[in-house]
Design a protein around this ligand. Structure first.
Ligand code: HEC
Length: 202
């Protein structure tokens, strides 16, 4: 009797674990395994991929999502621009950076909404230089204060009283790569997959 009970218990636990694995890992994996990369979506260049690592290292994902939700889930399309995102938009994203927090705006299409390199540079150096009252933290360690700029340096165009003794603030390779990455964020092509419309399914 004792043996049978342990047996049932053991297989009950096993079945529960397997079911959970199938529902959360196995079946979704099959569902997305046949997704083709959209033609218009380009692979990240080495520079953009490096910028993506900086984005991860600096924790940008804790305040910024990269997902535009369909109608019925909120006013994403009015607020953040673009059609609802679909799995194919993320085929080159490893790890994905969908994010769960939106202290700041969604960045999935920031490369279309804000195309100015100087805006991004100044915003990263100190967000309040370009957005009044911004609560985004500054990232000064992505920049360097120099006496004079080198021939390849990107020099920030910021008010003189923000730089001591007539020096210049230049972007480090990390800042340059991060901005390249932000500018590459563009899912403005037509949806390669059907977008689920919740209102339609009701
Ligand atoms: C503590 C939360 C927080 C963190 C961390 C953060 N941001 Fe932000 N971000 C914001 C807020 C709030 C705004 C809106 C105000 C503004 O534009 O400055 C914003 C705005 C932006 C914008 C402009 C978006 C638009 O639609 O105009 C960009 C680009 C951006 N952040 C990039 C980054 C990057 C890159 C990092 C990491 C290096 C980062 N943010 C980290 C809060 C954050």
């Amino acid at each position: 009797m004792m043996f049978i009970r342990s047996f049932v218990f053991f297989f009950g636990v096993l079945a529960t674990l397997l079911l959970g694995w199938a529902a959360l890992v196995g079946i979704p994996d099959i569902m997305i395994s046949e997704i083709e990369p959209p033609e218009e979506l380009e692979r990240y260049t080495a520079e953009e991929a490096f910028g993506r690592e900086i984005y991860i290292r600096e924790g940008c994902v804790y305040c910024h999502s990269q997902q535009v939700r369909p109608e019925g889930f909120g006013a994403d399309q009015e607020r953040f621009w673009g059609r609802p995102s679909v799995p194919a938009d993320y085929v080159y994203d490893r790890p994905h950076l969908l994010g769960t927090m939106r202290t700041g705006p969604d960045l999935l299409n920031i490369g279309v909404r804000q195309t100015s390199i100087s805006w991004h540079m100044e915003h990263l150096y100190d967000p309040r230089l370009v957005v009044e009252g911004s609560t985004m933290p500054p990232y000064p360690w992505l920049f360097e204060v120099k006496r004079t700029a080198g021939p390849d340096d990107y020099v920030l165009d910021i008010p003189e009283d923000r730089v001591p003794d007539g020096k210049v603030v230049v972007a480090t390779p990390e800042a340059e790569a991060l901005v390249e990455y932000l500018l590459s964020l563009d899912r403005s092509y037509d949806s390669p997959q059907r977008v689920v419309d919740n209102d339609e399914e009701e």
